[in-house]
Design a protein around this ligand. Structure first.
Ligand code: FEO
Length: 168
């Protein structure tokens, strides 16, 4: 495996792991704040990001590369509003998408078509995750500060997220 591509994949392992811990902290904050639906959503997101990380770890190992299990950033532990929580979620997904695009750009530069092909799964996954994050933030923008709206958002979030997934 090209060393520069291997380094980028190791960076991506860190980004996915960071996202997993970030979403775990979000789930925990929501759980404590009494938003059980939102907590469930982020516990699941955290698991998904861990799966994204593992897929990369296994791929790098299978291709004879060396995985560096990364030291992680300390995730933000508290939020002042649901809007802030979901704006951070979208920002995090957009960051990951940017990094994936960077890996793909470098794969083409270095003519590593195997890794390029492998990364297509992440492109599709990011499209879906960004769509979910945008939809949820849009809903919160409509709801504004309405407490009963927040109650319903928490109740319905997993249905809304699944519906976006199915549409994609
Ligand atoms: Fe695996 Fe949503 O980044």
């Amino acid at each position: 495996m090209n060393k520069a591509i291997e380094a980028l994949l190791n960076d991506q392992i860190k980004f996915e792991a960071n996202a997993s811990m970030h979403y775990l902290a979000m789930a925990s904050w929501a759980d404590n704040a009494g938003y059980n639906g939102i907590a469930e959503f982020f516990y699941n997101q955290s698991e998904e990001e861990r799966a994204h990380m593992l897929k990369l770890v296994k791929f790098v190992n299978e291709r004879g590369g060396t995985v560096i299990v990364p030291e992680l950033d300390k995730p933000k532990a508290s939020y002042t509003s649901l809007h802030e929580l979901f704006a951070d979620f979208l920002k995090s997904e957009m960051f990951v998408t940017e990094q994936i695009n960077h890996v793909i750009f470098e794969c083409l530069n270095k003519k590593d078509y195997n890794v390029h092909n492998f990364m297509q799964w992440y492109v599709t996954e990011q499209l879906e995750e960004e769509a979910v994050a945008r939809t949820l933030l849009d809903k919160l923008n409509i709801i504004g500060d309405d407490k009963s709206g927040h109650y319903m958002f928490d109740r319905d979030i997993n249905t809304i997220a699944t519906a976006v997934d199915v549409e994609e």
